[in-house]
Design a protein around this ligand. Sequence first.
Ligand code: ASP
Length: 600
Amino acid sequence: MDMDAPALSPNSFRNTWCGQVLEDAVGQEVRLAGWVHRRRDHGGLIFIDLRDRTGIVQLVFHPDEAGDAHELAHSLRSEYVVSATGKIVNRDPETVNLELPTGRVEIHVDGIEVLAESETPPFAIEGFHGEVGEEARLKHRYLDLRRDQMQTAIKLRHKLTTAMRRFLDDEGFLEIETPILTNSTPEGARDFLVPSRLQRNSFYALPQSPQLFKQLLMVSGFERYFQIARCFRDEDLRADRQPDFTQLDIEMSFVNGEDVIALNEKLISHLLSEMGIEVEVPFQRMCYDEAMGRFGSDKPDLRYGYEITDLTDVLRGTEFKAFGGVIESGGSVRGINFGQRELSRAQLDGLIDDAKELGAKGLVWAFREGEGWRAPIAKFLSAEELSGLNAAMNAEEGDLMLVAADQPAVVAGILGGLRTRLAERWDLIPADAGNNFCWIVDWPLFEWNEDEDRWDALHHPFTSPEGEFDPENPGEARAEAYDLVWNGVEIGGGSIRIHKPEVQAAVFRALGISDEDAEERFGFLLEALKYGAPPHGGIAYGVDRFAALLAGVDSIRDVIAFPKTASGGDPLTGAPSEVSEIQLRDVGIALRKPPKPASA
Ligand code: ASP
């Protein structure tokens, strides 16, 4: 447990914390309260490790000195809640435990009171390392949270959010709450809906972010806003997502992109420094197109190389159909040189499966051999093509090359995905790589949605285009947007917003939102922008992810006190759950019947 020393005013249960019983207080009488962490009963002497939020201290019950307390100590079990009084004494040298900060002393108890008994917990609070399933941990989360690791993570999160608040307060930001029951704030996910009882047939949506409200607060003249805001996105199952999650949401007036970036570099380096990590600012910047081209990702991990090489020009006109056909149809062929690797045939085939999971139709693997390739497809390529490929990928004898061909965005996704997976599998990230922060800038404003045959906003529809917006060429428009990537994880993103109503209206139109629709859904924003909206912009950070990275845990669930499982359920409360007929009637909802079995 951490040794953070929270101030304590003595009260009727305790006058000091367990973790703060140290040598300098030897001889003093103390009163402590906490949980029985462990009991060792030697018949005569009884030892109790007493645990509170700050740590553990050893209580000793002497048969001769402890009186009634000794008798009572026999009956104590793990996780009983007790309050004890006694004297701090030095331990015998041979019983000193240097692993405990309090391990040089112990308390000779003269009185103890049992405040609550405990049943045997379903899993041990002490010393379990992952062998208890997550479902069980979440079902008894209040016990799971007693564990050292969880206590540390939740405290770290508190420290992080406190540092955020302090920094932003010092910089003149106001913390302002925005509604949870509201209308849709599109960020590209589905809304969670809440039926209204008072206004039948109407629904609130839970906010996907406070985006529109924070913009309205800029129109209101608050100039600098922040909120540690709960956001809700009803997305399909994805590893390590939560349907409700927390953002540090920030908005500022009278700023351009550079101003927002500068303030945020100050914020991030301050937060990390508070957590004991020093980083240099300004952070590196990379254009979106470059990130996609070189790393196949809009959140590239720049701690290691293995960049993507475009091979399209080398292979233009090739007889080999699998490549030639793709190139003719406007696609591209790209590859990564993964250097010297010893892989079995099964492992190489496994890479093809990886690529398929990432959306590839196939994947070519090849080892440089002399001027050519050792590869199943080597015979389909000319000597000139092979040596051209080796040269383009800087391949040396025996280097493994992975090559994919498809439409540019698809190949980028495949190779970018492989690069990330293999970095982990093959341990490609240098141990001393440190922390890499990079702004991804110069984003396209829109991306083409094949399925729906329309443009979608890459960030959200309120992002300002760079320069003049040309509605005739939406695909050409760039956004005044920036994402912050930390070691290959997107931890924040934001933009300068549209502050002119006519530009906002034009962007809605380009997104295929009719004027009537725009009026109905966002009329309040369009109207607000007519009353003197200052230029403004901001950013939002994923607090859960930020805390998880700092805590060095794999899952954001490990830094959330009461998270949901990957399928969006809460094993503790049973949410989501059915509701009664009466509740449904109140809100005017009738459930659709489950589909009838086919045979009926
Ligand atoms: N509202 C955006 C988001 O949730 C962040 C921003 O643009 O400030 O991603």
